[in-house]
Design a protein around this ligand. Structure first.
Ligand code: ACM
Length: 748
């Protein structure tokens, strides 16, 4: 035993929660434990630490390996006077543990294998290296998770990751007490799990002949013509499931149906609706070709599931259910006859029938199904759990029907969205989800009746990998956002964001570095806020999250130290200003952020009313439209206001009459992301308290400039959306998104 007490403080401490505690230190544990007290005394070790236990829980092996690799300390079992005592109890909340560190040693009491793992992770997070070993603050901790599902999803179809890379993903999850790995194993662009009865699923469906380069919406499209693919053998799967289980992580496999099934159709075309052959696509998106609901398809899927079920101890099997266009089913006489003979309402009823058949089958094998929220359409299968991704409403609807729910709304949980608008961010699908926004999330929807809260199992972030070809890239997109989400998924009383940031910057950035997690430091970038004023100026504020750092900025050649916000004036002619800013402090030098501002005549013009944009695309509110920052490509979601299905009304009040000569407005067109141009723009003026249209213009381009000749002080812009997106186009059957940015008026 090589335990060394911190002699100065021995005896000073009485160990209990409460007033006898002499000194409470700040801790940096993520997620925050329910109760934690640290004292300033320490327990020191070097060379060897001994332990005793009744069960050799996998957590012990984890701790042993951590101490060996990070501190070269041996962790050895002993029968008496152990430094660390592991003890199972039968009491407390689900997965509860107690951890105490005092001069006598370390005691870990826990009521499950998972709780033992949590206790060890907390202990690991409390390690501090010393010159020749390790030390721990004296501590008393009681902890348990509020939510039982703390998940991360990984899409291995769009890009394939080797077994060792999946283990890396699981390792990082385990460091932060995630406990569900949602493994997205099949999709259009690749079938990734060996099914012995259907070898072509991986021989044919596991490979694509080309992959689109750059963003989906890039024109002209170019291709990487290298054959791409891979798959997991059943032995690989067993290895990963066991590896995850040793870190208290349950692997939930997803076998997508009835849509996102092009890879399976390429292997076995008879499963589709058409008498044709299919290719594994190298393009992202949603495809019309889906499984046909014929008996032979059900037989095939049941046979597939017969091989999947024994590989995964998980209670749940994810059956997908999302984004299954109904075009083929509408056109197929067989499907139409089936709808009639089953007395179903429509194709949504047919999807519900499809899912219910598989639910029945899986239930008969002792498994439950979970599916994306589209499985609500046409009627939810009797025992299905729902993964709510298109906002919170699917989750609310399912919980009201007393079904279990995992929340993963795109607005806060899609980690394939940009985490920063910085020009150097690697290409992403679109959308804007900075760390701070993830931290605003709570898995319990605000408007869910209290009595239904118990149906919310927890939350999950999703890593769709169209634009993440490597595991380093996946981890960069995942961290540190996963730390924000785990705080909210561990505890309904997470600390304030400032406190989370303190822990992140003071401890976890270094910690993630030591674990070789290539995380993003985007949250340290200086934010350049451009706030238009009614005087036609733009007020510039530079903010760094590290209050101790010095902020610099430059406009043109001159570099200045930033002290306080300052104004930029609009000139007579439109002029473009480039601002750069960065911070230097204890975190080193941050990346340089830049902002381009077009100082136009109507900057800061007063918008007195506006149709509320969708909460996913509302950064900056109405000011976004008059701030001089012009929405750019690749769109990252922070420079545009986004609407879905609404007629958009925007009122301007100039407070005095102006001789308006020109009106300009920008829209974004990115059909792959379901963003389309609107139908028409109306400009309206008030005549006898009524709005009267004086310009009606069809929209056929992103940039619109309309000559006008009006002497008015008030104007209303009406933007009329198109109907639902046509079948056959991306997003067919859904409302199109409309993205607007800068609105510019010119006057004499
Ligand atoms: C999904 O993002 N299509 C579930």
């Amino acid at each position: 035993m090589a335990r060394i007490h911190n002699v100065l403080f021995i005896g000073l401490l009485t160990f209990c929660f409460g007033s006898n505690y002499l000194y409470s230190q700040r801790h940096s544990v993520i997620p925050k434990p329910k109760k934690i007290k640290l004292a300033k005394e320490h327990l020191y070790f070097q060379d060897t630490i001994t332990y005793s236990c009744e069960n050799e829980d996998p957590a012990i092996e984890f701790l042993k390996s951590y101490l060996a690799t990070h501190f070269s300390i041996a962790f050895e079992k002993t029968s008496k006077n152990a430094d660390v005592e592991f003890k199972r109890t039968n009491s407390g909340k689900r997965n509860q543990h107690h951890l105490s560190i005092n001069k006598k040693g370390i005691q870990l009491n826990y009521n499950s294998e998972e709780a033992a793992f949590h206790a060890c992770i907390t202990l690991v997070q409390l390690t501090e290296s010393t010159e020749n070993g390790v030390r721990f603050s004296h501590a008393l901790i009681k902890d348990y998770p509020d939510f039982e599902w703390r998940g991360l999803h990984l899409d291995c179809s769009r890009h394939f990751f080797e077994v060792y890379e999946i283990k890396r993903f699981i390792d990082a999850m385990a460091f932060y007490k995630y406990n569900r790995f949602h493994w997205h194993l099949t999709d259009d662009q690749g079938w990734r799990i060996e099914i012995k009865k259907y070898p072509k699923l991986t021989e044919v469906g596991g490979w694509r002949n080309k992959t689109v380069e750059g963003h989906y919406s890039k024109t002209p499209r170019t291709w990487n013509n290298e054959r791409y693919g891979g798959f997991y053998t059943q032995n690989d799967v067993k290895e990963i499931v066991k590896y995850a289980a040793n870190k208290s992580i349950i692997v939930v496999p997803e076998i997508e149906l009835p849509g996102h099934s092009m890879a399976a159709l390429a292997a076995y075309p008879e499963l589709g609706c058409l008498d044709t052959t299919y290719e594994v696509p190298g393009l992202w998106g949603v495809f019309d070709d889906i499984y046909s609901p014929k008996e032979s398809t059900f037989q095939f899927l049941e046979n597939v599931l017969d091989e999947v079920i024994p590989l995964f101890p998980s209670e749940f099997i994810h059956i997908g259910g999302d984004e299954a266009p109904k075009k083929r089913w509408k056109e197929d006489p067989f499907c139409q006859k089936l709808i009639d003979s089953l007395n179903l309402k429509d194709e949504h009823g047919l999807q519900s029938y499809f899912i219910q058949r598989l639910e029945k089958y899986l239930n008969s094998k002792g498994k439950q199904i979970i599916g994306w929220d589209e499985i609500l359409e046409g009627g939810l299968a009797p025992n299905a759990a729902v993964m709510s991704w298109r906002g919170e409403s699917g989750g609310i609807q399912a919980a009201k029907q007393k079904h279990k729910v995992v929340m993963t709304p795109t607005s806060h949980c899609y980690f394939d969205y940009y985490q920063s608008s910085h020009a150097r961010e690697p290409i992403a699908i679109g959308g804007f989800l900075p760390l701070e926004k993830v931290y605003q999330y709570s898995p319990i929807p605000a408007n869910l009746p209290r009595s239904k809260r118990k149906y919310i199992l927890g939350a999950q972030a999703n890593l769709w990998t169209e634009y993440m070809p490597t595991m380093d890239h996946v981890l960069y997109m995942t961290y540190p956002r996963a730390l924000a989400l785990i705080e909210k998924t561990w505890s309904r009383k997470a600390p304030l964001y400032k406190e989370f940031e303190r822990k992140l910057y003071s401890k976890h950035f270094q910690w993630m570095e030591s674990w070789s997690i290539p995380f993003s430091k985007a949250s340290l970038d200086v934010k350049i806020n451009a706030l238009p004023t009614t005087l036609g100026t733009v007020n510039i504020e530079c903010q760094s999250p590290d209050s101790t750092s010095k902020i610099f900025y430059s406009i043109g050649e001159n570099i200045e130290i930033y002290n306080a916000p300052f104004d930029l004036n609009a000139g007579n002619n439109d002029s473009t200003i480039f601002i750069k800013s960065w911070a230097e402090g204890i975190q080193g030098k941050s990346r340089i952020t830049d902002k381009k501002i077009l100082l136009h005549q109507s900057i800061g013009s007063k918008i007195t009313a506006i149709t509320t944009p969708h909460n996913k695309f509302s950064v900056g509110g109405s000011m976004t439209l008059v701030d001089g920052v012009i929405g750019e490509r690749p769109w990252k979601g922070d420079q545009w206001l986004g609407y879905s299905g609404d007629t958009i009304l925007i009122h301007f009040n100039f407070e005095e009459k102006k001789k308006l000569t020109n009106f300009k407005i920008g829209f974004l067109e990115d059909n792959g992301s379901w963003i389309y141009l609107p139908q028409n723009i109306h400009l309206e003026k008030k005549i006898e308290e009524k709005w009267v249209v004086f310009v009606n213009s069809h929209v056929s381009a992103e940039q619109n400039s309309l000559k006008i000749n009006e002497n008015i002080d008030e104007i209303r812009i009406k933007i009329l959306p198109n109907d639902k997106i046509e079948d056959g186009k991306p997003g067919g059957g859904h409302d199109p998104w409309i993205f607007i940015d800068e609105i510019r008026f010119e006057w004499k």
